[in-house]
Design a protein around this ligand. Structure first.
Ligand code: MG
Length: 222
């Protein structure tokens, strides 16, 4: 049976440098203070974002829990700030050409808002390739990919494919956990060391996007 590939976008189809990640954390902090009026100084808010990632695998969650702000409001404010960072992303060389050689249908499913997905895909030269085949959590009225497996079920229904015929590829292991719960194949892309070797919900792990593409061909017949 031919597999259907579902790519994560952020830090999967482009690389988030440490500097970019830090800028994202600062953008989250700025959104929390300026748009949502949280009584925090910038440094404390930025520290909280990092703590939130470490604890909840989500930079916004801590503000939802400690200040009772609806996750949707945090999500919208954060993306207003994230917009400004898209132009600083460095696209991979020749990625479009590499993706075009893959012999399986390909989609994108992202935690980023629909607007930001579109902007990023345009910036990294993949918009035409994924046009009409990229989804945001927003499309399914949720704001996270690591909260429940239900959203993965909805993605599969949307693209009319059974979970077991899909391969979901993400850099974040907490997302892969939920994809696996409904029976999807799971691949993790890592960059430094494969720190998730023992996690049973990850079928395979490849270092970086190019090794992953080679793996899809060699190991999955794509
Ligand atoms: Mg990601």
């Amino acid at each position: 049976m031919q597999k259907t590939i579902i790519w994560d976008l952020d830090n999967t189809l482009y690389f988030e440098t440490d500097e970019y990640k830090h800028k994202l954390d600062e953008a989250t902090a700025a959104a929390a203070i300026n748009e949502l009026g949280l009584p925090l100084d910038f440094q404390t808010a930025t520290k909280k974002v990092k703590e939130s990632y470490a604890t909840y695998r989500d930079g916004l969650e801590i503000f939802a829990r400690e200040y009772g702000i609806p996750h949707k409001d945090l999500y919208i404010s954060y993306h207003n700030y994230k917009k400004k960072l898209v132009s600083t992303i460095k696209p991979y060389d020749g990625l479009l050409e590499k993706l075009q050689t893959i012999n399986c249908p390909q989609y994108v499913f992202s935690t980023s808002s629909k607007d930001i997905c579109e902007q990023i895909l345009k910036h990294i030269g993949l918009y035409d390739f994924f046009k009409g085949r990229f989804y945001s959590v927003e499309d399914f009225n949720v704001y996270k990919k690591n909260e429940s497996s239900e959203v993965y079920q909805k993605v599969c229904e949307q693209i009319n494919t059974k979970p077991e015929d899909c391969i979901f590829i993400d850099d974040s292991y907490s997302n892969l956990d939920f994809a696996k719960q409904i029976g999807m194949g799971t691949i993790r892309i890592y960059y430094k060391n494969n720190s998730t070797k023992d996690m049973k919900f990850i079928d395979k792990a490849y270092k970086g996007i190019y090794e992953c593409i080679d793996g899809l061909k060699k190991d999955y017949g794509c």
